[in-house]
Design a protein around this ligand. Sequence first.
Ligand code: NAI
Length: 716
Amino acid sequence: MSALTLSIDDEKIATLTFNLEGEKVNKLSRAVVEEAEHLLEELTQRHDLRGLVFISGKEDNFIAGADVNEFLKVTSAAQATELSRYGQRVLQKIEDLKFPVVAAIHGACLGGGMELALACHYRISTDDKKTLLGQPEVQLGLLPGAGGTQRLPRVAGLKNAIEIATSGRNYRPRQALKKGLVHEVVPSPLLLGVAKARAREMADGKLKPRPYKPRGIVAWLLEGNFIGQWLLFGRAQDVIRKKTHGHYPAPLRALQAIETGVQRGSKAGFQNESEGFGELAITEVSRQLIQLFFATTDIKKDSGLDDAAVQPREISKVGILGAGFMGAGIAAVSSSAGMTVRLRDVSDEACVKGLSACTRVFEDRFKRRSISKLELQELKDRVTATTEFTGFATCDLVVEAVFEDIELKHRIIREVEDHLPEECIFGSNTSSLSIATLAEASRRPEQFIGLHFFSPVHKMPLLEIIATPKTSKQTIATSVAYGKKIGKFPIVVNDGVGFYTSRILGPYMNEASFVLEEGAPIEALDKALVDYGFPVGPVTLLDEVGIDIAAKVGKILLHEFGERLRPPAGMERLMADKRLGRKNRRGFYRYVEDRHKRVVRKGVDNTVYDLLPAGRRHKPIDPADVQQRLSLAMLNECALCLEEGILRSPRDGDIGAVMGLGFPPFRGGPFRAMDSMGLDNVLRNLESLQQRFGERFRPAPLIVKMAKGNKKFYSS
Ligand code: NAI
């Protein structure tokens, strides 16, 4: 089946339209690239054409990237290198065409799609919200393998090229223009017309797209000479090493390909790029990141139910109870998704504070050029606040984010329900209370659900949706649809203490407390887990979350799960010493205010050791042992959650842990990590920890069963 259609207008400007039949988005598979190759060969022979516009036939997508499935089928580095060389050869044919080629971009133009656009002589994008450009390959543990690392420095300059290729960031049209990824941004209806006009102008010699030149003295000093470039590469290496902690080889490898091209010429650069692609494609890191990517695309299609007949209801107005830290965040993401938001708090001051917090999120997006001034105003206008319940009568969804106090929550549920329309859904953002218990105060438990957001709400990608046995299917489906609309990855879990995320964090944090009690130096403990791949160590996390909150959740978990989750006794003394963590600037670490009035963390507060049983007599730790203790405590709990039906699938467990808790993505998530280790090894290690430390490491029955049956959580 043909994916590419060629048409030629009276002025001899050809339009090549890419429309992959039966797919929502255009992807570059081997078959498509072969078709393009033949077409390009034909075009090379034609002398009548004056120009070519490359455009997509999809409504909202240019090219989403290469077909990632094909990367997983690759079995050797040599095979992957060849795949990359082939891509390079075909795209080179575009660049070599004798007439001007213009990429007319609307919708996602990512990965291989961006590389194709880079091979064109001129790039125009629409200013639409759906238009996104970038080279996200490193996020899949790969590098742009079809010439991207070589063409980027030419079109965007060295500094931008390094950022684009090694960060994997996506850029909105205005940002892409600034970075040099496109020459021009136009409103969508004008795209094809302007693209053809530019092709004509280039053919007539009236428009000559100039190659990138560093602008300004600093850019010139850095990019225009050998020493400056050397400095840029050195600095980029340092930044990448600091960020990746040696776990993600792709960004450094992409940097190497750029450096080779810049210093040793294009031929060496292209070769280095394809070899790098080959090396990376067969790494375990890349495989895990690709599986995680598949899991996320899968979640985007999941309604949260096995019953496909249930249709979600439209949510266009959201009421939020509590304009505090979380409430304001939920308001901001809801407004950003086009919904009207009504905030309710108890005082004018609290309302103003909530509105200002929302505005800060919007203004930040404006400053980063991801929204226009007009959009900024619209986002602000959609959020209003009240100390009454006015405006709640037209809400489709109400989310409560008041203090974590069951009596208060019960009271507010009763109060608000009188003001809501019959079909309105009620979501609670509690982080630890049972949803079923909260729902006892509701007259319509079938419309009651947990909507567990993570902080900061506008940045964290997960939404944990908690259903009770009474929650209706439609409430679940509508909540999932709402989650997707606000740009989150929703996982639906069943109600139970700590749901999924807080529950698996419990034994992990508990184990950290035991390690501390044994006399571990705080920084060494944190470093061990950062080296394992978590974004921050457990002690830092404790300070961030709040030692009081952790203690409260710890008690709830202990009450529910018994001895297995008993924290070490010494921890009580921290509370008695009024150590709450960052929020009262008194925790395991020291906090000071800088001249911008920001609270900055300093080193460990050594006086905290006086409250721990081992005092200041530290004992060095074995990082590998500590990593194993903490990670297995978490993995074992994950298996229990699956076994008890808290989780619907290992996939949800992996997404939940990675996106909610920062579980190392390169390990694929807890369930993928257990599969890689082998369930027999997981079991053996748990048994040996059980011998050393007792019941808290008793292996989950599911792990025992799977190890004996030589099973895995995933079949592929
Ligand atoms: P917060 O203290 O920043 O905000 C709570 C807000 O509720 C305050 O503005 C308060 O004035 C308001 N409030 C109190 N009574 C009210 C009433 N009757 N009507 C309307 N508003 C009322 O607390 P935060 O951090 O936003 O937490 C809110 C909820 O979200 C809690 O249940 C918490 O457990 C949960 N949560 C918090 C997370 C976090 O990282 N802070 C993460 C996930 C959930």
